[in-house]
Design a protein around this ligand. Structure first.
Ligand code: 6PG
Length: 247
């Protein structure tokens, strides 16, 4: 059963997420000499990323040994405000002395399919032909149960061979590139960050009585090494019965 930790508010949730990131980074570098993290997009992780760039946490993380990938990206030009890369750079990466060779954005030029394929090449190169393994995978949750850019009912959700896929949300004028379930399940530590009342209903579907037969995209994330950890705030957990988790 996934681990559910409930925090009083978004700030406490973000602090817990940032502390967990620092802890995982130190452990991975001590054990294996590097820390490979898959960053989440959207807005929820921003505050956690900001806290990592400030004391006391900024001095605790072995930044020169950290390598950054993304779980998904919007097919928009480099620097576009809606790119997940832009958010992570503004909140964290551009505030730290991290070699550019250790930051691996999902680059988009003209064709989403090319961006998806280029990312596979990047992953294969980095993992030197071995199967990718991330020390930490951070994920968000959409109010429809999507995670990364794996949308409900999409073919990408059922992709078992390819490491990346191109998806599109009907209401958006751009495509997305997402890692697929096989890769998103290859995290030594997998953490969902969920905040706000807008996520209460979907969290109830995932943890509560509503039986979704595990059809929501976030329910496809069953890490092969350890149960996912869900860091949520009280608003997002407001429809869960008593006795679920505790921050
Ligand atoms: C994206 C994200 C997506 C996000 C959820 C939650 O590119 O939008 O990868 O999966 O994590 O939609 O977004 P919020 O954190 O903004 O609620």
């Amino acid at each position: 059963m996934p681990v559910l930790r409930i925090y009083e508010h978004g700030e406490a949730l973000s602090r817990a997420a940032a502390e967990l990131f620092a802890e995982q980074a130190r452990a991975a570098v001590a054990d294996r000499g590097r820390f490979v993290v898959l960053l989440a997009g959207g807005s929820t992780p921003r505050r956690a990323y900001e806290l990592l760039a400030e004391e006391p946490l900024v001095s605790r993380v072995p930044w020169p040994d950290c390598h950054f990938f993304w779980g998904d990206e919007r097919c928009l030009p480099e620097g576009h405000q809606l790119r997940n890369e832009t958010m992570a750079r503004q909140a964290l990466l551009d505030r730290l002395p991290i070699p550019t060779t250790q930051i691996h954005p999902i680059r988009y030029h003209q064709k989403p399919a090319q961006a998806a394929s280029d990312y596979v090449t990047e992953l294969r190169r980095f993992f030197a032909g071995q199967s990718p393994r991330f020390d930490l995978i951070l994920l968000g949750l959409g109010d429809d149960g999507h995670t990364a850019s794996l949308l409900p009912g999409s073919a990408a959700l059922h992709e078992q061979e390819q490491w990346t896929a191109v998806t599109r949300r009907p209401e958006e004028p751009f495509s997305r590139v997402t890692l697929t379930v096989p890769l998103l399940n290859r995290g030594a530590c997998t953490v969902f960050l969920v905040s706000g009342r807008g996520k209460a209903a979907v969290l109830q579907s995932i943890f509560g009585a509503t039986d979704t037969q595990g059809t929501l995209p976030a329910q496809f994330i069953r890490p092969d090494r350890a149960e996912a950890v869900w860091l949520v705030d009280r608003e997002a957990a407001s429809l869960l019965e008593e006795g679920h988790g505790g921050g």
